[in-house]
Design a protein around this ligand. Sequence first.
Ligand code: HEC
Length: 129
Amino acid sequence: MKILLILALGILLSSPAQADPRDDIIAGFKAQGAGDANLANGQKMYSTTYGSGKPDTPKCTTCHGATPQQGGQTRTGKAIDPMAVSRTENRFTDKKMVDKWFRRNCKGVIGRECTAQEKVDFLTFLASQ
Ligand code: HEC
């Protein structure tokens, strides 16, 4: 019995660490031509006033929190959880969501889709927060 328990514990401890779904999403953007993440650029994107998209959404923080650690709200007042992964654990773990919102929000704020590099920068910056 004791031996079985030790065996079971051994298997548990030796199983590989859980894969981070964000790694796959980032790998996908790299396959589209992005290089390593530039955290400073990701941080800049988060708070830059672009003004080249829709007039009522000049920056990401029009809806997202003033800092990544703070929550935000949609134009209609619906709460948005903080973007920092340390605050909202499941951020950027669903590729469909990531693609959908990058497409919609980059167009709305910047007036064009974000590049694969910008997506890696933005996502990696927020994963570090
Ligand atoms: C008009 C409001 C609004 C603006 C402006 C906005 N967002 Fe968002 N964003 C949302 C909403 C709503 C969601 C979905 C709710 C959620 O994820 O909590 C979201 C989600 C996202 C997600 C997916 C998060 C995840 O966990 O998968 C990404 C990526 C994103 N936004 C990027 C951006 C970027 C980059 C900008 C600026 C260029 C931006 N957003 C500006 C409203 C906005």
